[in-house]
Design a protein around this ligand. Structure first.
Ligand SMILES: [Zn+2]
Length: 112
């Protein structure tokens, strides 16, 4: 595979990837799954992956399945202590962030 092909496929990957702010993912895990412990080591320090091309956004991995013709994505978060990886389907998290606006978004709205 040439460099050009690899570049193209990674652009395609990002092009179709749903966009969600890293800070929204942090809010989700703090408010919805607060304090959840790693099943392997019992720590509760999780790392959320962000995108290389835009670190403010979360990195989602294609799940390889579609629902209602929508490709599904996963958010893989990793235990900071032992590396255990747990998977969350992206769509419920994105839905949550849309119905639970961030304080920054609300402040922005009231400025107008
Ligand atoms: Zn762990």
């Amino acid at each position: 595979m040439s460099d050009e092909t690899e570049k193209l496929s990674s652009d395609d990957l990002y092009k179709n990837m749903p966009k969600m702010l890293f800070s929204d993912a942090v809010r989700f895990f703090e408010q919805v799954t607060e304090g959840s412990a790693c099943p392997a080591c019992k720590a509760s320090k999780w790392k959320i992956p962000n995108r290389e091309d835009n670190p403010r956004l979360c990195f989602f991995r294609p799940a390889g399945l579609a629902r209602a013709s929508e490709n599904q994505y996963n958010l893989e978060i990793e235990c900071e202590i032992c590396g255990f990886v747990r998977l969350h389907r992206a769509s419920p998290i994105i839905r949550w962030t849309l119905t639970n606006a961030s304080p920054e978004l609300i402040a922005e709205f009231h400025k107008k």
